[in-house]
Design a protein around this ligand. Structure first.
Ligand code: ZN
Length: 129
């Protein structure tokens, strides 16, 4: 599985700007490339955890989740592992200081999964000249 570089940078940026609150969203892929982060309406966040109202999830196909750990500890909590089992196969945790090495992807069992960062051509991107 791969992740688009721009998508990863967006994730790190939004996690950083949410801190000290936790950020949470769902991941969408185009083929074998993770390209989109869907922010679930009604997501509430404290410094401890983010609660996604999954019934509010738009009717779209998602392949996993992303959330931040402002503590910088990238290990999934027991609550995270319960979510991983229910919601897709790829789960990214990004932690402080939110640089390109401070994130890890897990599978639904909580084992580490290698995601390759690739360049992806966002076809619907518009150049404003
Ligand atoms: Zn967590």
């Amino acid at each position: 599985m791969n992740i688009a570089r721009d998508t990863l940078l967006f994730i790190l940026e939004v996690c950083k700007s949410s801190a000290p609150l936790e950020f949470a969203g769902m991941l969408q892929a185009d083929g074998d490339v993770i390209t989109e982060v869907v922010i679930v309406p009604g997501t509430s966040s404290t410094g401890e955890s983010a609660v996604m109202q999954l019934f509010m999830l738009p009717n779209i196909h998602t392949i996993g989740t992303v959330h931040s750990h402002p503590s910088g500890n990238l290990r999934p909590s027991n609550t995270d592992l319960e979510l991983f089992m229910k919601k897709g196969s790829y789960h990214i945790i990004a932690g402080a200081p939110y640089d390109t090495s401070s994130w890890t992807c897990y599978n639904r069992k909580g084992n580490t999964v290698e995601l390759e960062v690739v360049d992806y051509d966002f076809k619907d991107e518009i150049d404003l000249l």
